[in-house]
Each structure stands twice: as C-alpha cells, then as structure tokens.
Ligand binder design. Sequence first.
Ligand code: ADP
Ligand code: ZN
Length: 215
Amino acid sequence: MRLILLGAPGAGKGTVAKLLTQVDGSVQISTGDILRGAVQAGTELGKQADAYMKAGDLVPDSLIMGIMETRLQEPDCAQGFLLDGFPRTIPQAEALKTLLGKLSIKLDVVANIDVPREEILNRLTTRRTCANTACQAIYNVRSQPPKVEGICDKCGSPVVQRADETEEAISKRLDIYNEKTAPLVDFYRAEGLLLTINSPSSEGVVNAIRERIAG
Ligand code: ADP
Ligand code: ZN
C-alpha cells in the first residue's frame, strides 16, 4: 500500500504505521525518525536540523524534500510505503505530488487520524521513547509502560522523554500543526484521497485503512 498518515503530533501515526508494515511489507518512512537519527549520528543533515527540532519548529522544506526524494527511490519502497510525519506543509505536499508524478507512483489513500486536542496533550506529556535511534520504540507511562521502568523492552536502551516533548515545545508543535499541516486535509480532500478516521484505538485506525484499501 502507498499512503500518507496525517494527524497531529501524538495522534498515533507512528504506531499505526508500524502495525501496517506487518500487513503487506510496506515500509514505514518517518521523517522525524530519519532526522533524529541524523542528529544523533552528527551528520551534516543532523547539524542543520537540530536547532529547529529542539525548538519544536519545522525543519525547512528544502531539507525534507532532499531526504524524501532519495528515500522514495530506494528499492524497499517498491513494495509500498507509509509516510509518517511527511508531508507537513502545503509546499511539501505540492513537491511530493510532482515527485510521485515523476516516479509514476500513485497514492492509495491519505488517512487523517483525528484525535481531540485534550487527548493529544495527555498522550504527549506521558509519551516516552527509546533513546536508541535504531529502535525508537514508543511507550506511555500511563497506558503502556516498559516492563522494567526506564528500560526498553525491545533493546534494553534507556527510555526517555524527547527533548521536544516538554510542555512548552508540545504546545508550540500543536500550534504549528494547526497552522501549517492542518491545511493538508483540504488539499487531499480536493485530490479525492482523504479518509478521516476518528477511532480512539490504533487497531481501529488500522482496520479502517484496510477496509478502505480492500474496498
Ligand atoms: P511528531 O509527529 O511526534 O511531532 P516527528 O517525529 O514526526 O514528531 O517530528 C519531530 C520533529 O522533526 C518535528 O517537530 C520537526 O522539527 C521535524 N520534522 C519531522 N518531519 C518533518 C517534516 N515533514 N517537515 C518539517 N519538519 C519535520
Ligand atoms: Zn529500544
């Protein structure tokens, strides 16, 4: 399947993407994971992205499009891909449309995961992430804690609160989402690709997407 996952930070895009990779071997492409990996590895890309990310700002479109143009042409994408955290601005969506046209790739659906703001705030302040960039497993101190406090079940690395998940950075990211990313809902509605999903659980979201693609 070839799809875009839209939704505010904390809507569950990453969790849904991970579940969908198990359905048909489509790869998850998370620009956030790629950027955090680059920051930790200290690459040129990481150096350029670091300050924006810490402040909860968006990384410039040109950097993101550079990443995606390369990534979408890697062989594992032939099976399908789940875009998680991209596109995030109208210019990114326009550039993606051009890029996919050039590569003769058609999207199946753009899934808009719609979660109330209160629930989003709740989830983000309690979210914890594995510090190992090769793993980046996601936990929640209330609803899904690691078996041993502070230690990743999957790889044994520390489980930490992300630098951009302080209350201040979270509220800024939500404002940026409403201003820059929410307009993509209308963009993809006009393209005839939009599927809005209100299910409170990630499994519910996955099922709605599978039904749409099968139907
Ligand atoms: P979340 O979805 O939880 O907000 P992500 O892991 O998707 O977080 O992204 C973390 C940060 O990485 C963003 O706040 C932003 O600084 C940067 N980023 C990720 N994807 C993009 C993108 N498509 N365009 C611009 N910046 C991005
Ligand atoms: Zn881990």
